[in-house]
Design a protein around this ligand. Sequence first.
Ligand code: FES
Length: 139
Amino acid sequence: MAYSEKVIEHYENPRNVGAFPKDDPTVGTGMVGAPACGDVMKLQIKVNAQGIIEDARFKTYGCGSAIASSSLVTEWVKGKSLDDALQIRNTQIAEELALPPVKIHCSILAEDAIKAAVKDYQSRIAGAAEVGHERVKAA
Ligand code: FES
């Protein structure tokens, strides 16, 4: 199967590969797997005090389309609010990368990864608020 030029371009020059420390409270981590093929994608977002995603990283153990999808998504989420990041749809990714039907699940992985990263960040924030509250009560 031939990959589109955009997939090959991202595959050869992936953006934002790497990882942030998991214990950084400003980081949300999404780790998802595709049951269809066993590929795994880890996507992280770094969120500033205004709730804007200022940076992103990914590591993907998967096919060229999955690597290109995650690379693209790390570019797209930068500068977005969490709500706007949740609006990213796999169909937009598939369209941008001209993915064939057999590779649509690779773009779904990227949509799921960003959603999981946002959810993880939000649960950390909620957890931190709760801890703060308990401290106040105990004082
Ligand atoms: Fe499964 Fe691409 S073939 S993520």
